[in-house]
Design a protein. Structure first.
Length: 106
C-alpha cells in the first residue's frame, strides 16, 4: 500500500506545554530498516527553526496502521488511513493525548 509513496508531509499539532503547529517534509529512506515498514527521514519546514532531522516509520501492526517516531522511542501510535479518489495520494491521521498528526503521502 505504501510502496508507491516516495514523499511525506507531516502536519503536527501539539497542545502540551504550549500550543504548537509544525510542518515537516521528507522522502522515503533508501534503505528500509525492517520488512513491512516504510521509513522516512523528515525535516522541519515550519516554523523556521534550527531542528535536526526526525525518523518516522509507518507499518501495518496488530492493531491496524501505526507509526513510530524517534521523539518517542519504543512507542507506537495508531493511524487512520484515508485514500484520495485517484489512489495516488494517501492521508493518515492520528490523535493521542494532546497531539493531532496528519501524514500526506505522495
Amino acid at each position: 500500500m505504501l510502496t508507491g509513496s516516495e514523499f511525506i508531509t507531516v502536519y503536527w499539532l501539539s497542545g502540551f506545554a504550549q500550543d504548537k503547529f509544525e510542518i515537516w517534509k521528507g522522502r522515503k529512506d533508501k534503505d528500509q530498516p525492517r520488512v513491512g515498514a516504510t521509513a522516512f527521514t523528515i525535516y522541519l519546514l515550519f516554523p523556521p527553526l534550527e531542528e535536526d532531522e526526525a525518523h518516522l516509520e509507518i507499518f501495518a501492526g496488530k492493531e491496524g496502521w501505526q507509526f513510530t517516531i524517534d521523539w518517542f522511542p519504543g512507542e507506537e501510535f495508531p493511524l487512520k488511513p484515508f485514500h484520495a479518489e485517484n489512489r495516488k495520494e494517501l492521508i493518515f491521521m492520528s490523535e493521542f493525548q494532546r497531539e493531532s498528526v496528519f501524514f500526506h503521502l505522495t
